[in-house]
Design a binder for this molecule. Structure first.
Ligand code: ADP
Ligand code: MN
Ligand code: MN
Ligand code: MN
Length: 338
């Protein structure tokens, strides 16, 4: 008997943003395709997804990957949540994105998400001095830095990179960030559902590895107030038309569509983002929409290479690190591809 440990992963109903939950089922069959993995259930009254008197919710497997923590033949199973009648649960934003992704597939939308995050230990960012004993030196040497007095947590982030690759996720890179203890990895480019599933799975792997090291992962957009960079989830986006000869016209049209929906998008781009989008620290103020070539103080940046070739992609710099990619990708598809 194979005794496959299948970690069923789903998003809870917590507001204003869902968090990850998981529990493990032992499967005694070989897993070759999605249909080899049975639906399962959980107590929705413990996850803000149901009342105690009618608590059962359904876990519907939608994607599986190799489990890099437990090794072969074990798997991670991303699930959508359904109610007891088998209908979409209100917390299930993936199902809404699934529909939008199908409707816009002919435009071949691609997403690349830069996930920034901050490592914490003993209630402060990793590597920071004890409370009341000052702060690290000012920002400057930490971004893409090296050396024991500039970067903290390298061991964990290298393990995370390796684990994501072993799971078959499309990580495109990693770097140390501007604030000490802050890091970034990128997923993509991929379709909307794929990039979003992989962001959630990669966040899950990071949290699990953090447990091993006694290091917590914060996705707060502004974990430390003051002259310290916040954490975002820049979302790079293109359609087939944007990537082809003369695609700049489509990019400029997309930017104008984004401009008029600014408020609506900000509402879906993660809680506490007002603390991050101040106009300082490589952001545009939350109340303004600005676009520009190479401009890291813009809401939407056109990368230099895209401006030079007159085709490529745009970077939406507004999403916060704690955003739900199912919601952000849905907003972009809804606004640009409809
Ligand atoms: P930055 O210079 O903003 O730090 P990164 O290199 O961290 O940029 O991230 C850029 C992301 O954009 C990567 O995830 C990459 O895969 C993605 N990307 C590249 N080309 C495209 C494209 N045509 N459409 C969407 N995303 C893209
Ligand atoms: Mn980046
Ligand atoms: Mn970054
Ligand atoms: Mn970026």
């Amino acid at each position: 008997m194979p005794n496959v440990k299948a970690a069923y992963i789903w998003l809870d109903g917590c507001e204003p943003v869902s968090t990850l939950r998981a529990k493990t089922k032992i499967l005694d069959n070989e897993i070759n395709e999605l249909s080899d993995i049975p639906d399962w259930g959980f107590d929705g009254s413990s996850t803000e997804q149901a009342e105690g008197k009618d608590s059962d919710c359904v876990l519907k497997p939608v994607k599986f990957v190799k489990d890099p923590l437990r090794g072969t033949p074990h798997i991670l199973v991303m699930c959508e949540v359904l109610d007891a009648q088998g209908m979409r649960h209100p917390s299930n934003k993936r199902a809404l994105l699934r529909k939008l992704a199908e409707d816009t597939a002919s435009q071949e939308p691609w997403f690349g998400i830069e996930q920034e995050y901050t490592l914490f230990k003993e209630g402060r960012p990793l590597g920071w001095p004890e409370p009341h004993s000052g702060y690290p030196g000012p920002q400057g040497p930490y971004y893409c830095g090296i050396g024991a007095e500039r970067v903290y947590g390298r061991k964990l982030i290298e393990e995370h990179l390796e684990a994501c690759l072993q799971a078959g996720l499309t990580v495109s890179g990693i770097n140390a960030e501007v604030m000490p203890g802050q890091w970034e990895y990128q997923i993509g480019p991929l379709g909307a559902l794929e990039v979003s599933d992989e962001i959630w799975l990669s966040r899950w792997i990071l949290e699990r590895l953090g447990e091993k090291h006694g290091i917590a992962v914060s996705l707060e957009p502004k974990p430390i107030t003051g002259d310290w960079n916040g954490a975002g989830a820049h979302t790079n986006f293109s359609t087939k038309e944007m990537r082809e000869e003369g695609g700049m016209k489509a990019i400029e049209e997309a930017i104008e569509k984004l401009r008029v929906k600014h408020g609506e998008h900000i509402a879906a781009y993660g809680p506490n983002n007002d603390q991050r989008l101040t106009g300082l620290h490589e952001t545009a103020p939350i109340t303004e929409f600005r676009a520009g070539v190479s401009d890291r103080g813009a809401s939407v940046r056109i990368p230099l290479a895209t401006a030079q070739k007159r085709r490529g992609y745009l970077e939406d710099r507004r999403p916060a690190a704690n955003m739900d990619p199912y919601k952000v990708c849905a907003k972009l598809l809804e606004t640009v591809c409809n």
